[in-house]
Design a protein around this ligand. Structure first.
Ligand code: GLC
Length: 438
């Protein structure tokens, strides 16, 4: 039998694009922000210098305003041209020598940096932190200046792609409300989605039943074009919030809160100052998160900024406050109760992206049911810190078993363990390496 460490390292090697790693051949030919963070966490066990490079290469894409974008495009022209669609070079703040997207993705880069730094010899570690830490501070500062629109220190997201969970149930509903122009309606009526399917890069690699529905995808592209028309400028977008996707996401803010704390530790170590106003935001963000919680049940959800309404649609992000690490013991216990409920988040292969009892649950479709290893990693990390080692170990063992049985798929059925989506997927391999070696 082939060794899982060797296999996982090989997947990453095959997806290596030089200084960064593509998520998967064919389907994902560029660099993505949180993918590279997970990749670096795994790679550090194999080659810490290459892992450091993975994160440093994300800084190529950083905008002058501080934003680290969610995608940096490969220079090779690949089919349908993503770089042209985003047209970042038309924006003053964007880098000149690489094309990027105009939005961001979950801010895990502080934690990835910390984990990689631990594996570097002292002098290299200091040099690495001296490069990474100021850039990450600028990114967090951008999030809290540009995106804290409500003033509650809750970062607001403008596109489902920013959440990392593209077609999570609430996002598909919200995007439908804000972004169903006449032409998308016409496509729907005439069933033209079947023609578009032919051009979709992902459908050349996987079955349509495992991917996002074409009409949902068209709405995402329409929302992206809309942001581009506004120069990816939050203030301009917010002149008409009801026409846009404006979500204060529980998942994103939970991840950010944990990474604020890690960033403080890194800045201390590297002797770099974080401005007092930003440190204040880090504190306020913890109080901000509680505004998303139902005081009776202790369960938190996202807030729809425009409607100023908490939308209680359960998805895996309900469990992310465990990772944030700032909840009371009682709230953690409530979340672990949900997690280990076999009717919700605890089937044979936890943790499903949508609970089993949800009307949206579909074991195959992207973020609408399957188990993903990156979200498992976040939950394992949170469980361990909250003192739930036993539950963390079960998820760890099951995650490793999925990859050992099926290979490094993008996602898996939480019920049967069947692998779906892209195969030889980088973050699945990287998380496996990290689980096996930490
Ligand atoms: C999909 C995922 C997103 C990921 C990207 C590249 O868009 O939803 O989270 O970053 O693929 O793997």
């Amino acid at each position: 039998m082939i060794d899982l460490n060797d296999y996982s390292a090989k997947v990453l090697e095959n997806n290596d694009a030089g200084e960064w790693t593509i998520p998967a051949k064919g389907m994902y030919p560029h660099q993505w922000l949180w993918d590279s963070c997970f990749t670096a966490m795994g790679l550090r066990h194999v080659n810490p210098q290459r892992a450091a490079l993975e994160l440093l290469s994300l800084l190529r894409g950083q905008w002058q305003n501080g934003m680290i974008p969610h995608m940096i495009f490969s220079r090779r022209k690949i089919g349908f041209n993503d770089e042209t669609i985003w047209d970042s070079r038309s924006i003053d703040s964007a880098p000149r020598d690489v094309g990027t997207s105009g939005i961001t993705q979950p801010a895990l880069i502080a934690q990835a940096t910390q984990l990689v730094a631990e594996k570097l010899p002292t002098d290299e570690r200091q040099q690495f932190l001296a490069q990474m830490v100021p850039a990450i501070i600028r990114h967090h500062a951008w999030l809290y200046t540009e995106r804290d629109v409500s003033g509650d220190a809750l970062v607001m997201l403008l596109h489902p792609w920013e959440t990392g969970l593209d077609n999570s149930p609430s996002w598909t509903v919200n995007i439908k409300d804000a972004h169903t122009p006449h032409w998308v309606r016409a496509f729907d009526l005439l069933r033209m989605d079947r023609i578009i399917n032919y051009f979709r890069r992902d459908l050349h690699h996987t079955d349509a039943s495992q991917r996002m529905k074409t009409l949902d995808l068209l709405r995402l592209y329409h929302a992206q074009q809309d942001l581009r028309r506004h120069g990816y400028d939050t203030a301009k977008v917010m002149q008409n919030p009801h026409r846009h996707f404006t979500i204060e996401s529980l998942g994103f803010n939970s991840i950010l809160i944990r990474n604020n704390e890690i960033l403080r530790e890194l800045a201390d170590e590297a002797n770099i100052k974080i401005e007092p106003w930003l440190l204040d935001k880090f504190k306020q963000a913890i109080a901000g998160l509680t505004k998303l919680c139902n005081p009776d049940t202790g369960i938190c959800y996202h807030r729809n900024f425009d409607k100023h309404m908490i939308e209680e649609t359960p998805t895996i992000t309900v469990l992310f406050p465990l990772y944030a690490g700032v909840m009371s013991k009682r709230q953690n216990a409530t979340l672990v109760g949900l997690l280990t409920n076999t009717d919700l988040y605890w089937p044979d292969y936890p943790v499903p992206s949508v609970p089993l009892d949800s009307k949206f649950f579909n074991e195959k479709r992207y973020w609408q049911g399957p188990t993903w290893l990156n979200t498992n990693w976040l939950i394992i990390d949170g469980l361990k810190r909250a003192g739930y080692q036993k539950e963390a170990d079960v998820i760890k063992q099951k995650s490793i078993e999925l990859v050992a049985r099926q290979g490094a798929h993008e996602y898996f059925s939480p019920i049967t363990g069947q692998g779906y989506g892209a195969n030889n997927f980088s973050w699945t391999a990287a998380v496996t390496l990290d689980l096996l070696n930490s």
